[in-house]
Design a protein around this ligand. Structure first.
Ligand code: ATP
Ligand code: MG
Length: 489
């Protein structure tokens, strides 16, 4: 480990000499000066881990020195050295920003103890500031899984512990949701600590003499423990009351974030449901006039045909096409409102995939996209609703192609494992940022000028109704991989 550096300032040369020897012998890198002004200059030039300063000095006394030192290094722990008679002044110094005092003459290992204590406190003080900023960002973040990873990563970084785990309550028991750091020791004691902290609803420390120190703080959401944040330390770290307070502060921030995330998703699904109902009503209202329009377009086309007006026929055909497109859209929206039961029939899944590619062929060619197709024959025939699944796959293929306006690679794979059929659609396109990823399944969420934002909502609904799982992997600028897992029939 790097040697900690101590700045010692005392106008008594004898004391300086004694101190330097002692500090050197216990492993500190010592810089000793008799002139406080010189000491301040040094603080302006290089960082120190801690300073040891005499109270009575000329022309700057220890209190003034501490203040000036903090202007240069705001978190530097300063220990004030004082003779017995002047303890009151030392207390004064502490109020003014010094972290502790040592009485002269020094007894036993007091200097060593107070120095290492000051160093430890410095660590936590620094961390508290870090944690506060982290907590604030977390409270505003909306992407839950990343949030938890960020929480443990920052806990680890801030507390310099070996391992941090965030547990979330599932049916009352803690389930490890995010982990940072490594440790050879088993997870069981950490789970037990999380359980205790959640049950007692207060931060706890468990330390087994043989090895590890475990700190656990509950995530209190509206009075109930929604989980726990657990940090594991090697045994030589002796946690103080402060350490627990710190972990509790962080857990509280995490709890706020958790609550916000819950609330947001509740709000969002409420808003979506309302939006869905309105959309369904509007769609319904549109249905009849659209049917009429289609009929008129047909009649107009007939007339033009009789009059041998080819241009007129072509125009009528375009009207008919546009109306058909609108009608399909309306069907999609109404269907989303009350999705039909899946009509499972034996379907050759690979053939269905090829059919979708055929339907998107024009766009694939237009965008200059290279297609890599790996279809596992073992996939065979599956009990699925071909119409619904076609809609879902086609949207994924089209999304992938649209993500690659300047060309790229589209990979489509099927695979059959024991009781699972997996379908992967992967593109090397623009990828998605956090917000798009979080909202892509929202009804009417789109980033495209002509998009409707229905595609992914429908796709997920189709996969859900087939008892499948849909997962997205996406990196901005690198591409997106969509994986569908279906139970094999
Ligand atoms: N493969 C992908 N790569 C990058 N972004 C994607 C990808 N798939 C979906 N997205 C993003 O998710 C958004 C929602 O997709 P969705 O399919 O629901 O709607 P859309 O494609 O915009 O419109 P449509 O209703 O016509 O499908 C897209 O606008 C896009 O920003
Ligand atoms: Mg789409």
């Amino acid at each position: 480990m790097k040697r900690r550096s101590v700045l010692v300032v005392d106008d008594d040369r004898d004391i300086l000499e004694v101190l330097t020897m002692r500090l050197d012998s216990i492993g500190y890198e010592t810089v000793a000066v008799t002139n406080p002004e010189r000491g301040l200059t040094l603080l302006g030039e290089r960082p120190f881990d801690v300073a040891l300063v005499d109270l009575r000095m000329e022309p700057i006394d220890g209190i003034a020195f501490t203040r000036a030192a903090h202007e240069r290094q705001s978190r530097l722990p300063v220990l004030i050295m004082t003779a017995h008679g002047t303890i009151e002044n030392a207390v004064h110094a502490i109020k003014d920003g010094a972290s502790d005092f040592i009485t002269k003459p020094f007894v036993g290992d007091e200097v060593a103890r107070k120095l290492s204590r000051a160093l430890l406190e410095r660590r936590w003080a620094r961390d508290r500031t870090l944690l506060r900023t982290v907590g604030e960002t977390l409270a505003h973040s909306s992407v839950v899984d990343r949030l938890f990873e960020a929480i443990v990563a920052r806990t680890l970084e801030a507390t310099e512990t070996e391992r941090a785990i965030l547990f979330l309550a599932s049916d009352g028991s803690p389930v490890a949701t995010a982990t940072a750091g490594v440790s050879q020791t088993p997870e069981a004691p950490l789970v037990a600590a999380a359980e205790t902290a959640m049950r007692e609803r207060r931060p706890i420390v468990t330390s087994r003499s043989d090895e590890r120190v475990i700190l656990a703080a509950p995530l209190l959401v509206e009075g109930a423990a929604g989980g726990a944040l657990v940090a594991e330390n090697p045994s030589y770290v002796v946690p103080t009351e402060d350490d627990l307070v710190l972990l509790a502060i962080f857990a509280a921030q995490a709890a706020v974030a958790l609550k916000n995330a819950h609330e947001q998703s509740r709000l969002r699904s409420g808003a979506l449901a309302a939006l869905g109902r309105v959309a369904t009503q509007v769609a319904h209202e549109l249905n009849n006039p659209l049917g009429g329009l289609k009929l008129y377009a047909h009649l107009v086309a007939e007339r033009f045909r009789k009059a041998s007006d080819e241009q007129g026929v072509e125009l009528a055909r375009k009207i008919d096409q546009a109306v058909t497109h609108l009608a399909e859209l309306v069907t999609d929206i109404t269907a989303y409102g009350r999705p039909p039961e899946v009509d499972r029939q034996p379907v050759a899944l690979n053939a269905l995939v090829e059919e979708c590619i055929g339907l998107a062929q024009d766009r694939i060619a237009q965008h200059g996209v290279r297609l890599i197709l790996e279809l596992d024959p073992a996939v065979g025939t599956q009990q699925i609703d071909a119409r619904e699944m076609r809609k879902a796959l086609l949207n994924l293929v089209v999304n992938a192609v649209e993500a690659m306006p300047d060309g790229g690679t589209l990979g489509i794979r099927t695979r059959r494992a024991a009781d699972l059929v997996t379908l992967v659609i992967e593109d090397s396109g623009c990828g998605m940022d956090d917000e798009t990823r979080a909202r892509m399944f929202d009804l009417f969420f789109t980033t495209k000028p002509n998009g409707t934002g229905l595609g992914m909502a429908i796709t997920r609904s189709v996969v859900d109704r087939h008892d499948g799982r849909l997962s997205i992997d996406s990196t901005p600028g690198r591409g997106t991989r969509v994986t569908i897992e279906l139970p094999a029939s």
